[in-house]
Design a protein around this ligand. Structure first.
Ligand code: IMP
Length: 203
């Protein structure tokens, strides 16, 4: 194996992934860099299913090893919504200012202990021969009482990490990448890929 195609068009994610895989004996390239386009319907009901759907689709069209992620925010008070629908929550084109305010309003009178939430990320790898693997990781936190911070994206301004005493939008990219759901899931899948190589099984 000389390369893995990562099924994303998001350059921010690619930067994070390249950093984590910088010591790998193969390169991780974006779909754009690989010249691949695929119209993928993410109709799974779990993060794992959606990550596998994307990885399988890209392995299928490219004939190369493919990796994909799926992530989102689970708010316990909202029965783990928005979950796999995080990007589509209240409509794909609705701003995160509105999505975040909606969640804050729903939790208006909820005390600290009821505000638990987590970011979850599943990363899947698919080989052209049909083998797959998926690893999932989370970062635990609480929904803040008001938005704070300018960094990050999506739900970061309302996701409060107790150990840092701030939201993930108030962390630097380096700080967030050390503790994030995505970083942890990527590290786990990298371990799995490296263990295959040790067995000479990584084609
Ligand atoms: P996807 O995995 O790129 O489809 O992202 C799903 C959605 O989950 C994003 O659009 C965000 O709304 C949310 N999300 C996932 N990870 C994060 C994060 O690290 N910070 C803020 N929002 C996130």
């Amino acid at each position: 194996m000389d390369k893995i195609i990562f099924a994303t068009a998001n350059e921010g994610k690619m930067r994070e992934i390249r950093e984590i895989f910088k010591d790998a004996p193969y390169s991780v390239v974006s779909m754009k860099e690989a010249g691949i386009t695929a119209d993928i319907v993410e109709d799974g009901t779990t993060f794992e299913e959606n990550a596998l759907i994307k990885a399988r689709a890209v392995a299928g069209v490219s004939g190369a090893v493919a990796m994909a992620d799926d992530s989102g925010l689970e708010v316990d008070f909202l029965d783990k919504a928005p979950g796999v629908y995080s990007a589509r929550f209240l409509g794909e084109d609705t701003s995160y200012e509105i999505k975040n305010q909606y969640i804050l309003d729903k939790l208006k009178d909820v005390p600290d202990e009821g505000r638990t939430a987590r970011f979850v990320c599943a990363i899947a790898v698919a080989f052209p021969d049909g083998r797959t693997a998926v690893r999932t990781a989370a970062i635990e936190g609480r929904i803040a009482y008001e938005p704070a911070g300018e960094n990050g994206f999506g739900y970061d301004p309302i996701f409060y990490v107790t150990e840092y005493g701030r939201t993930t939008a108030e962390l630097t990219m380096e700080q967030k990448n050390r503790i994030s759901h995505r970083a942890k899931a990527l590290a786990a899948i990298k371990d799995w890929l490296f263990s295959l190589e040790g067995k000479g099984d990584c084609r």
